[in-house]
Design a protein around this ligand. Structure first.
Ligand code: ATP
Ligand code: MG
Length: 403
């Protein structure tokens, strides 16, 4: 492919209708501005609802990869940027055609003239450019106005013209933050970062909640969660707040109590209660987990029911119906997989009972919890001692925001 000189970005168009459109587009503009900070030679301007990125020598690939991380973005087109003058347009349009691989057998030219001072109408321009290409191409190229293999588009703007041929669809979803905020229970595993990514794609702003049992779990296990969160931060212009909850005391005390096969159930109920408290502090409207139906003992229907009992916020489980192989594919695509498979121990794998209950009884669990009178106080303390980290995509961008 010929090195594009500009990228035409379409923000909302059909997907974002109604009164939220302005707000959604503002979020996407912020993300574009944030992306372009890493490409200082490039310029950004907007005309008639489209954003034009003029690369000025900045490489196309990384900018396109960045655009793929902006949820809700409608589409973008790599383009050549030329002076709005007929001979120049013809010459560069031919160059663009000849650089196409594989070479198209049929084409048509569609022109669009925002600058009415340009001396040819859109239709004339289509003929003038199309005819020129036909005369200079090898004899096999034909015009097909109905189903061309390549549609060459010429867009005449105020002070420049753009030549392009493809519209690459965005990654879909809604701009981050446009659907509210949720707490993501994030472990160091494969699933929860993917669940986080899917939530962000739906427009949720997420805050991470991680339970660690330091010193039973290592500093490196914590770092792994920070690194996973940093990957997710690549999809938002903001930082991600990561709540590090000290869980050692609760876990140890539960483990010393006679909880038998209900240990995991109790631990997970405690995690949800703590997460719900943090959610209230942070005004989050939901809890997201990486649970997938049937994956482990705590993810059977009866287990999930007992574990979530008493929690009032909606619990969103984006992966509940997803196979592990599909989850792995997604985690590879968002580049969290290699971090997730690092072998540092998670707090949940510490004191696993020999046969965790797959069908715990709510009555038995509640009775047991009533006897563990230290639990409410320890949970309150865990919330109080929770450490907050602010994670950005690039470490050097970590300027200090405190609430
Ligand atoms: P994952 O790959 O996300 O670790 P998993 O298959 O290991 O998932 P579990 O360990 O049963 O599943 O955990 C289920 C969900 O509970 C996780 O996806 C995550 O949302 C949450 N969770 C588990 N451990 C922790 C933790 N230490 N801190 C925060 N959330 C956790
Ligand atoms: Mg896990």
């Amino acid at each position: 492919m010929q090195q594009p000189e500009a990228i035409i970005v379409r923000l909302g168009e059909m997907t974002l209708k109604g009164r939220n459109r302005g707000r959604f587009e503002k979020r996407m503009r912020e993300q574009i501005a944030n992306l372009m900070k890493a490409h200082p030679q490039a310029t950004v301007h907007e005309e008639y609802g489209r954003v034009y990125l003029v690369l000025n020598g900045e490489p196309y690939g990384p900018v396109a990869a960045g655009l793929n991380r902006i949820f809700g973005l409608y589409s973008y087109s790599p383009a050549l940027m030329v002076t709005p003058e007929l001979e120049e347009i013809r010459r560069r349009a031919l160059e663009w055609m000849q650089a196409q691989e594989p070479a198209p057998r049929t084409f048509k030219v569609t022109a669009n003239r925002a600058n009415k001072a340009f001396p040819h109408t859109s239709q004339e321009l289509g003929h003038l450019v199309g005819g020129y290409i036909l005369r200079h191409a090898d004899g096999k190229l034909k015009v097909d106005v109905h189903q061309p293999e390549l549609e060459l588009r010429v867009d005449i703007r105020q002070s420049e013209a753009f030549i392009f041929s493809e519209s690459i669809p965005g990654t879909g979803g809604y701009p981050v933050g446009s659907n509210g905020r949720a707490m993501l229970m994030i472990s160091g595993g494969i699933d929860s970062p993917v669940a986080g990514w899917l939530s962000m794609r739906r427009g949720l702003e997420i805050e991470g909640v991680h339970f660690h049992s330091y010193p039973y779990t290592s500093e490196r296990a914590k770092q792994k969660v920070v690194d996973l969160t940093r990957k997710l931060a690549g999809y938002t212009p903001d930082r991600i707040v990561l709540h590090m909850v000290p869980f050692t005391e609760i876990q140890t005390r539960l483990n010393q109590s006679r909880t038998d096969s209900l240990l995991i159930t109790l631990m997970r109920r405690s995690m949800f209660r703590i997460t719900e408290k943090l959610a209230a502090d942070r005004r989050a409207g939901a809890i997201v987990t990486g649970e997938s139906l049937g994956q482990v003992a705590s993810q059977t229907l009866p287990s999930m029911q007992v574990i979530q009992d008493g929690i009032r916020l909606p619990i969103l489980r984006p992966l509940v119906m997803t196979d592990k192989t599909e989850i792995i594919k997604l985690s590879e695509a968002i580049e969290t997989y290699d971090i997730s498979i690092l072998p540092y121990e998670d707090c949940c794998t510490l004191f696993v009972p020999k046969s965790p209950a797959t069908s715990p009884s709510l009555k038995a669990v509640e009775r047991l919890e009533r006897s563990l009178d230290f639990l409410p106080e320890l949970e309150r303390e865990a919330v109080e001692r929770t450490e907050r980290l602010y994670i950005r995509e690039r470490e050097e961008d970590k300027f200090d925001e405190y609430f």
